[in-house]
Design a protein. Structure first.
Length: 453
């Protein structure tokens, strides 16, 4: 009984914390227009969702959907918020759903092959507005595993270009490139083996801000010199230039999850006593240097984002207070959006999991810093996305594991919501019609259970 009840207790406690946080920081939301402010207030605990509100007052929700659609550039008619467009710089996304970066560990020497062509191409057909690559490594020693994708040579660039060209030619999705360096978490086994544990053989040397191993069995990295920093920065720049040549629409710098740039930011992994350690400003110095170098070579009309760990979930680590300041610095460096994740910076992390558990961090950064955010983490239902976007907690929502199980998650979500305005590949339109008929019949059966009598 205690084990079963404890889950419900945690849910209620989390909802209470969210609600209290909203009221104690209501000034955060005073810039919202009245309609969105009211919606944010009503859904502040994350226990009341978009569809919960519809049950209570259908007219109110439809009015808000029409208002939000008009704000997004559509006619003033009810549209699920997740299916409204969103723009950054010169890039327009058709909706607010993002296929999150998901490591597939299936490259040889960093070269994306036909698996990646099918993997990313199928998800582009699936209806999402933006499809991310997994973390693409900027050098061979920047890889997490031997199977990681790379962009350190022209053959890799050409392989990525083939994928990007296909997505652009055959779908209305846009494609984002995420660049990163594994740092102290490199030279490990494939994700479905012993994750984060070193290879049985063939390990390569690691670098990090400080000579601290990620775990008891992990290799001890070498503390980076200024010359190492110069090389890594230049590797990032060269990879970004290749990414632009490959035609990617969006560039993201990975500064989360304990990888190299994240390891600089986290006080638990950065114990330097020079200009790159100590204060938060010093710890962010090198990641910001890399970002500025990328922004200088990335086409100005295309957006750039940064993924951060907004909370280390460990004593002595960064908290969401630090994340707000980190986001401000990246905004000042011309970052367009913060991709708000958390944790994975130390094995001592103890996250408080739950549906949409990282969304409050995205909410705070968006509404305190005044920068667009991407919410990620246990977002797996259309109702989650609609609630987050409508409340102004984030501008986009990244869906990870559900897209592994269902490449067409977004198309199926539209059918479940009865929204017919989303574009399906013309080759699949007969499937769309049958899915919508099946869902309509199922709904009628639910409403009239006596039909089975």
């Amino acid at each position: 009984y205690e084990a079963e009840r404890s889950v419900d207790v945690l849910k209620i406690q989390n909802a209470a914390r969210n609600s209290t946080e909203w009221f104690e920081n209501v000034a955060r939301y005073t810039a919202l227009e009245a309609e969105q402010f009211a919606y944010s207030l009503l859904t502040r605990s994350q226990r009341i969702s978009h569809e919960n509100l519809r049950l209570r007052d259908t007219g109110f929700v439809q009015q808000l959907e029409g208002w939000f659609a008009q704000k997004s550039g559509l006619p003033a008619q009810p549209v699920p918020p997740m299916f409204t467009p969103f723009s950054l710089r010169d890039l327009a996304l058709k909706n607010r759903v993002v296929v999150s970066p998901m490591a597939q560990y299936s490259c040889n020497d960093g070269l994306p092959d036909d698996f990646y062509f099918v993997h990313l191409g199928s998800r582009a057909h699936g209806g999402a507005g933006l499809v991310f690559t997994e973390m693409v490594c900027v050098s061979p020693d920047a890889r997490i595993t031997p199977g990681c994708a790379g962009l350190w040579n022209d053959a890799q660039r050409d392989a990525w270009k083939r994928i990007v060209d296909y997505v652009h030619a055959r779908s209305s999705a846009k494609v984002a490139l995420q660049l990163g360096h594994a740092g102290p978490k490199g030279s490990t086994q494939l994700g479905w083996q012993q994750i984060d544990e070193p290879l049985a053989s063939g390990n390569w040397p690691l670098i990090a801000p400080s000579p601290l191993a990620y775990g008891p069995r992990n290799q001890l990295p070498r503390a980076m010199t200024r010359a190492d920093m110069d090389r890594v920065r230049d590797d990032f720049v060269a990879a970004a230039e290749r990414g632009a040549q490959a035609g990617f629409d969006w560039l993201e710098l990975h500064c989360a999850h304990g990888y190299l740039l994240s390891a600089f930011i986290c006080p638990l992994t950065n114990q330097r006593d020079d200009d790159y350690g100590g204060s938060l400003a010093n710890r962010c110095r090198f990641p910001l240097e890399v970002f500025r170098a990328l922004r200088a070579v990335w086409p100005q009309e295309r957006p750039m984002s940064v993924r951060i760990s907004a909370h280390d979930w460990a004593p002595g680590g960064n908290t969401d207070d630090d994340a707000v300041q980190i986001a401000r610095w990246f905004k000042d460096a011309s970052c367009d959006l913060i991709d708000v994740s958390s944790g994975q910076t130390t094995r001592n992390a103890r996250p408080v999991y739950g549906r949409m558990y990282q969304t409050p961090f995205a909410d705070r950064i968006r509404n305190e810093v005044g920068i667009a955010t991407l919410a990620v983490g246990a977002i797996f239902e259309p109702d989650h996305v609609n609630s987050i976007v409508m409340a102004g907690r984030a501008d986009l929502c990244a869906i990870a594991r559900p897209h592994l199980a269902d490449p067409y998650w977004t198309l199926h979500a539209a059918a479940q919501l009865g929204y017919t305005g989303i574009d399906w590949p013309p080759q699949y339109l007969t499937g769309k019609a049958q899915l919508e008929r099946n869902l309509a019949r199922a709904a009628q059966t639910t409403e009239r259970p006596e039909a089975h009598g």
